[in-house]
Write a protein that binds this ligand. Sequence first.
Ligand code: SF4
Ligand code: SF4
Length: 74
Amino acid sequence: MAKVPDTKENLMKCVCGGCPSHDQCMKDKMEGLFCARGKSTCPVTRNGCICGGCPLASEFDLDALYYCETGAEE
Ligand code: SF4
Ligand code: SF4
């Protein structure tokens, strides 16, 4: 595991936007890259998490899910 830098490049790679748990509240606030930026300001309903298929998960050796709920990777 490694800390994920909050960069524009990484935001472009984030697949949260296509996740079933990425709800209207998160879309309205244009939230994403939770593994770097920390938890969502929206109430999270777990409808699945696709972080495992994100390019950043392999790049930074991430093994957790639901960063929108639990906060950034340390
Ligand atoms: S690992 Fe998850 S939270 Fe982090 S950038 Fe990828 S999809 Fe977004
Ligand atoms: S962190 Fe996981 S559950 Fe949350 S929006 Fe991103 S992919 Fe979906």
